[in-house]
Design a protein around this ligand. Sequence first.
Ligand SMILES: N[C@@H](CCC(=O)N[C@@H](CS)C(=O)NCC(=O)O)C(=O)O
Length: 204
Amino acid sequence: MLTLYHAPNSRSSRILRLLDEMDIRDRVEVRVVDIPRRDGSGGADPANPHPEGKVPLLVHDGVEIRESNAIILYLTDLFPQAGFAPVVGDPDRGRYLSWLAYYGNVVEPVLVIGFSGLTHPVFDVTFRGMAEVTARLTEALEANPYLMGDRFTAADLLLVSPFNWMPDGVPDVPVIRDWVARCDARESLARTAAWDAELAKVEA
Ligand SMILES: N[C@@H](CCC(=O)N[C@@H](CS)C(=O)NCC(=O)O)C(=O)O
């Protein structure tokens, strides 16, 4: 049994979008939990088994899978027939893993550090910065319409997700702006927003 612990309009919304894109909404039970929000609302939810009270958390037959990129990899591997990511043995597999890891190891820290207005040489040495993130996205998107090639994959879904919360953070580079617009135009984004709005009513 698969259970997703989810808080509407949060980082776990990208996992809802994944379920929608992969057409596996009926394979995963979604349990809405509360989290502390930046506006002071919400709070820790004892019903959330995540050790730090965060979302998303996926539980598969009692095993907890934390972190968005791990959950995305887990689900795309578990349901390869969805064709939403390269499986083991596919020559594109390494590029796929690289994008998922790069997101968690570099992109999110760089965005959060930038959003916080912090600077420090150690950050630059460890993560590089927004200029390098922009360069990596630009070189991929100059070659292809999506990060992995001609098709929207789970790599796009993850990498584009922060730009849905922070549209002002989209690098001002035409190929990146066009990619964000292409990803946003997919029906899954609107469908997920509607699904999330319904779930938020359950939470209220
Ligand atoms: N690196 C984690 C981040 C998860 C995370 O920070 N989620 C936020 C929601 S946007 C959360 O659960 N916050 C609640 C809290 O900090 O207690 C991932 O990508 O899954």
